[in-house]
Ligand binder design. Sequence first.
Ligand code: S3P
Length: 173
Amino acid sequence: MALSNIILIGFMGVGKTTVAESLSRLYGMDMIEMDQVIAKIEEMTISDIFMTHGEAYFRHLETKLLISLFTCNNTVVSCGGGAALLDENIKIMKQNGHVVLLTASPETILERVKASDERPLLNGNKSIEFISDLMKKRWDKYQSASDIIIQTDNKSIQNVCEELMTKLGELEG
Ligand code: S3P
């Protein structure tokens, strides 16, 4: 089992990609950003995939990618915010690495996502109410998928990475 992999999950805008980039740089790990890989394979933006083929098709691509990813080790995987919602995906993640849930408040998330139109689920829905509602709906799945949880509000990326590595170290004993 390649448990040296770190799999970052959590809501849109919690900082999965930024944290993955830093972990990769600080700890010499390879990095995979799922949305970027899917967009490259499909030669389309994530928004265009949603618009042309629908969300179910995109979810299928996520599962396919997750299955194919785990020949790798020493890799940090930044998952799309919906990837940890399917039991099938969670099982694949858990078999191949430590699953780390990043969290942030709806206020922080709104601040981080408001200038971007790359997240189809948030286009036209950029409000605290919508974000907290969707977060609540997803919380149980996120929580039960994760081995550790890191809260990111008001922390530097460096602090988040250090806290994450410390908690992972404790987990591994
Ligand atoms: C989604 C999150 C996005 C992207 C897609 C759907 C979600 O990824 O996969 O727009 O359902 O939460 P990020 O979490 O990297 O923004």
